[in-house]
Design a protein around this ligand. Structure first.
Ligand SMILES: [Zn+2]
Length: 320
């Protein structure tokens, strides 16, 4: 039987069991059992346990055990096919809404990074966590995508092995101009959904404002942070529409010309729509060569084995 992604199972646990808690000392979770309602002790007792290492559940009140599939079927009234679609085909919109509400309730303090984040760029932590498979996977991802050598790379990358929502994902921090982490995005390392997850409950900020060179006349606006790392003065907005914070941040650079760089529209229908919107709004946009085999700037850099795509190449190829 196919193993369900832990983050998916956990999100279901958080939306259906009663007031879940993470037990830091043994790495398991417990909550009020939503199946037996704990007899008459709903929300008074928490005898349902979720064991992430085996992806299984046990209730010490009704003495039932479940694997993740059965428990979700019974708790959410979903068929196996529906679970499969949600867990593996990216239909996570409902889940994320659930998570937002839960997360807002469950965090008291507001940490700037996911819970217990480990810095992938720190030598000591590398030695200590080097044998951990998730840590290794994150390191491989950084190397393979050239995120450690890119011209406009982030100073640090993180991984959390315990955060409810962001665990086992590469965390890319968004710094402000005082080098403080004000936002982050995590991405899955195994292609599982959701592929990108933003810091929950916060408005996105501009990725890369900490590295804008005031002497260069341009700012290149990318959608994703990883693409923005390969161009000087590349920043990422995590989407096309700006939040208030992002507008303010960009307004601090009134003399820089803003130029959009989308994914290659001939490889991606979503980029085609966005291109149309930006051109209708008379924005300046990079024009991909019609024969370019690459879908985005990261793929371009990785396949060519380079750390920088010269910004002059962008300026030489704009829609007019
Ligand atoms: Zn029970």
């Amino acid at each position: 039987m196919r193993q369900l992604p832990g983050s998916y199972v956990l999100s279901k646990f958080y939306s259906h069991a009663g007031e879940p808690t993470f037990r830091k000392f043994d790495g398991n979770y417990n909550a009020s059992c939503n199946i037996c309602r704990e007899g008459k002790s709903w929300l008074k007792k928490k005898r349902l346990y979720f064991y992430p290492t085996t992806n299984s559940f046990y209730c010490f009140n009704c003495n039932q055990s479940w694997n993740a599939w059965n428990w979700i079927q019974q708790s959410c009234g979903l068929t196996r096919e529906e679970i499969e679609i949600e867990a593996f085909n990216g239909n996570t919109s409902v889940d994320i809404t659930d998570r937002v509400t839960i997360h807002k309730q469950s965090i008291k303090e507001k940490p700037s990074l996911p819970y217990d984040s480990i810095n992938l760029c720190d030598n000591l932590q590398q030695q200590y966590y080097g044998i951990n498979p998730c840590f290794q996977r994150a390191q491989e991802y950084v190397l393979q995508r050239r995120l450690n050598t890119a011209v406009n790379r982030s100073t640090n990358y993180y991984i959390s092995l315990t955060d409810h929502f962001h665990k086992d994902r590469l965390c890319i921090p968004y710094y402000d101009r005082n080098n403080k982490v004000v936002f982050y995005q995590t991405r899955s390392l195994d292609g599982s959904e959701p592929r990108y997850l933003n810091k929950i409950g916060y408005d996105k900020t501009v990725f890369g404002v900490d590295r804008i060179d005031p002497k260069l006349d341009y700012i290149f606006l990318f959608e994703g942070p990883i693409d923005a790392m390969f161009v000087k003065n590349g920043v990422s907005l995590a989407g096309l529409s700006l939040t208030d914070i992002q507008s303010k941040q960009l307004a601090e650079f009134p003399f820089h010309e803003k130029i959009w760089v989308l994914d290659n529209p001939s490889k991606d229908d979503a980029a085609k729509d966005k291109l149309f919107k930006l051109l209708s709004a008379k924005e300046r946009v990079f024009r991909w060569k019609s024969n370019s085999p690459f879908k985005d700037f990261n793929e371009w850099a990785v396949k060519e084995g380079i750390n920088e795509i010269p910004y002059k190449d962008i300026l030489d190829s704009l829609y007019v």
